[in-house]
Design a protein around this ligand. Structure first.
Ligand SMILES: *Cc1c(COP(=O)(O)O)cnc(C)c1O
Length: 223
């Protein structure tokens, strides 16, 4: 199948899943373009798609230099503090979704201050509790948000992200409930705050559990 058909097919599956879900309202799709060429990304861009996610800071930075400036870039991979400065120089960096420590949030805040920008961050939660996975424990999330909110003026916590056990509705539900708890505690709007759950192989289940953002890589790019 060509990329136009694949893109349309994924979008219509997403729309159907949202219509069926009593919890999801306006779920957005992020195209995960790690290791994909600029040509492959442009094929999706030319369908009108603007939200792209990358796992490696250097790759995001290099792609942002050659691809259209109206792309919204999302950093979804592990981020080292020494890469923050260069990454934040990308003007159309829309959000960093992989924040799992105060140290990292603080560095993003310091560099954002220097660049006179406010950076959207999501907290990455290790919802499956696997020791090999990155992310902060669900029980520690509220404390981390508290510290960021009270000390970091140049970052804005706008979401939660997890990459858990494939297709686990228990984990999706736990993430959805954590979003509600965080929003209630800090007075964030449920409509504006994002819970980013679900990938190529389980995005429909995630939408049924209330996902606001699904991150789709292989399904979109592997023909
Ligand atoms: C690669 C990746 C995805 C996309 O996974 P697919 O199975 O290819 O859709 C989503 N989120 C993160 C954090 C990833 O690293």
């Amino acid at each position: 199948m060509d990329s136009i058909h694949i893109y349309k097919q994924v979008l219509s599956r997403l729309i159907a899943a949202v219509q069926k879900s009593s919890l999801a309202k306006n779920t957005k799709m992020m195209a995960v373009s790690k290791k994909r060429s600029t040509e492959e990304i442009l094929e999706v861009y030319n369908q009108g798609h603007r939200n792209f996610g990358e796992n490696y800071a250097n790759e995001l930075i290099e792609k942002s230099k050659v691809l259209p400036s109206d792309i919204n870039w999302f950093m979804i991979g592990h981020l080292q503090t020494n890469k923050c400065k260069k990454l934040l120089e990308v003007k159309n960096l829309f959000a960093i979704e992989s924040v799992d420590s105060f140290k990292l949030a603080e560095e993003i805040n310091n560099q954002s201050k220097k660049l006179d920008r406010v950076t959207n961050i999501y907290i990455q939660v290790n919802i499956s509790k696997e020791t090999t996975k990155s992310g902060i424990a669900a029980e520690e999330t509220e404390m981390l948000v508290q510290e960021i909110v009270s000390k970091c003026d140049n970052v804005k916590v706008t979401g939660l992200m997890s990459l858990g056990t494939l297709g686990s509705t228990e984990e999706f539900t736990a993430m959805y409930q954590l979003k509600q708890k965080i929003c209630n505690t800090f007075g964030f709007s449920q409509e504006e705050f994002t819970v980013s759950i679900g990938t190529s192989d389980d995005f429909e289940e995630a939408i049924a559990c209330g996902s606001d953002e699904v991150r789709i890589g292989s399904l979109l790019f592997e023909k």
